[in-house]
Design a protein around this ligand. Sequence first.
Ligand code: A3P
Length: 299
Amino acid sequence: PTEKGWVANHLHQYQGFWHTSRQLQGVLACQKHFQAQDGDIFLVTTPKSGSTWLKAVMFALVNRVSFPDPKQHPLLTDNPHALVPFLEMEYIGKEHLDFTNFTFPRLFSTHLPLLSLPKSVEDSGCKLVYLCRNPKDTFVSLWHFTNRLRPADRGAGSLEETFDKFCRGVSLYGPFWDHVLGYWKGSLEWPQRIFFLKYEDMKNEPKVQLRRLSEFLGCPFSLEEERSGVLDGILELCSFENLSNLEVNKIGRLPSGEEHQAFFRRGEVGDSKKYLTAEMKEKMDMITEQKLHCYGLKL
Ligand code: A3P
C-alpha cells in the first residue's frame, strides 16, 4: 500500500513498515547484499530517537583504546553519521559497499525493524543495541526535522494532521510502537544479542548506562579506566553541548542531503510538552499503554 505523505513524500508499506521510495531501494539492496560478520555491532533506532548521540558514544566506547587522546579524536573532525553510517541509506543505488576502511569491530546503524534486517544479521553472532525514545518527544523531534530539512515539505501537513498519521502508524519506519515492540521482545528473548536502551535513561544516568553498554558489548571498563575518568571523557566528548558546537557538525550535509546541524536541536527529555495539547498527550499515552504496557514496557 501507499499513503500520501510524510510529509509530501509518498510512503510505501513494506513488511508492515512505511518507507519513502528512495529508502525502500536501499532497504531491498541491503537485505539482498549485506553480509554481516561475527563481531559486527548495530545501533538500531527509529528516526529522531537519539541515533546521532549513540553513534558517537558507541564509536568512542568501542574504539577507546585506538583513540586515547580526546584532543585527537575522530569525532572532532568527522560527523557521527560518517563514522557510523546508516546501512540501508548507504545501499541506495548500490549493490556492493567497501567496508575495508572500517575500524574493528565494524559499527553500523540502521532504522530497519527487526524482521526486515538482512538474514545474515540473524545468522551471524553480531550484536544489536536498540535505542528507544518516548513517542511524544520522538514525534515532535521528527516534526521539526522534516519541516526544517525539506523546504518542499513545509506546510504540506499541519502538526495535527501529521500527529494523526503518526498515531495511525504512518511515519518514517513506523508504526513506531511495532518497531519498538519487535526489539523489546527480541531483547527479552535474546539478551546476549539485543540490548534495549532508553534515551531517557541515558540522559538521567549516563554513566550507569554506559557501563551496562560496555559490558554488553564485551568491552567493560577496567578499574583503572574508571579511576582515570575514561567514562566521563566519553560522555563529555559526546555531550549535546560538545557535539553540537563542533564545526564539523555545524556545517556540511550527509550524502543523502540532510544538514549535519539538523540532527541537533534541543536534546532534552519532555520538550514535546511545549507542542502537544493535553488531548494529544493523552492520545499518545493511551496508544503507548495499549500497545506496550502488557509486554512490561513503559515509555
Ligand atoms: P530533539 O529534536 O528533541 O532535540 P537522531 O539522531 O536519531 O536523528 O535524533 C535527533 C534527536 O537527538 C534530536 O532531539 C537531537 O537534538 C538529539 N540529540 C542529538 N545529539 C544529542 C546528544 N549528544 N545528547 C542528547 N540528545 C541529542
